[in-house]
Design a protein around this ligand. Structure first.
Ligand code: RP5
Length: 180
């Protein structure tokens, strides 16, 4: 996990002992989004998927945000998860400059219950897709990123199937307890 805006060189690892290059970039408009966005990181940890985390504000640091989007695929990222609140332009702007899949997380703020964030992220013009999850749905964003990576990773696909079976088992168990 990195706290500064990553430079391309930082990720050109040659040492076999080096940690794996991140496949997922988790970015957000402010560190105040982290309590919501943390759930994406947690689920990626559960699936042992390498990720990086950063603040890349569309409005307060637009040049860095564009650079992040433009450099993402060249640095080896496969998926970007972008969360923002209010006038949440970060996911859409990143999607406009990267060929990678972008998953948008509407972060709820004090007013409007996240509806402003949701509508800012979900209503993209044709040609520039953002896969928007529910308001505050960072865990699902992480799971969707894992599923995208699993399309080219049999082992990860098997772990996703196990995870789904666990959900099934848990729900079945809850039903049993209610019926008892
Ligand atoms: C958005 O403004 C951020 O994504 C955050 O949700 C919101 C508030 O940011 P702070 O004022 O807390 O830094 O751009």
């Amino acid at each position: 996990m990195s706290s500064a805006l990553p430079s391309p060189d930082l990720h050109r690892a040659t040492n076999a002992d080096a940690p794996p290059l991140p496949s997922v970039g988790i970015v957000m408009g402010s560190d105040s989004d982290w309590p919501v966005m943390e759930a994406a990181a947690q689920v990626l940890d559960e699936f042992e998927i390498a990720y990086e985390v950063d603040v890349v504000s569309a409005h307060r640091m637009p040049r860095e945000m564009i650079a992040y989007g433009e450099q993402a695929d060249g640095r080896g990222l496969k998926v970007i998860i972008a969360g923002a609140g209010g006038a949440a332009h970060l996911p859409g702007m990143l999607a406009s400059v990267t060929p990678l899949p972008v998953i948008g997380v509407p972060v709820p703020l004090k007013y409007l219950d996240g509806m402003d964030s949701l509508l800012s992220i979900v209503q993209m013009p044709a040609g520039v897709p953002v896969a928007t999850v529910s308001v505050g749905g960072a865990r699902n964003a992480g799971l969707l990123a894992a599923r995208i990576l699993a399309t080219h990773d049999e082992e990860l696909l098997a772990r996703m199937r196990d995870f789904q079976q666990e959900l099934n088992d848990q729900a079945t168990e809850k039903g049993k307890r209610l019926r008892a």
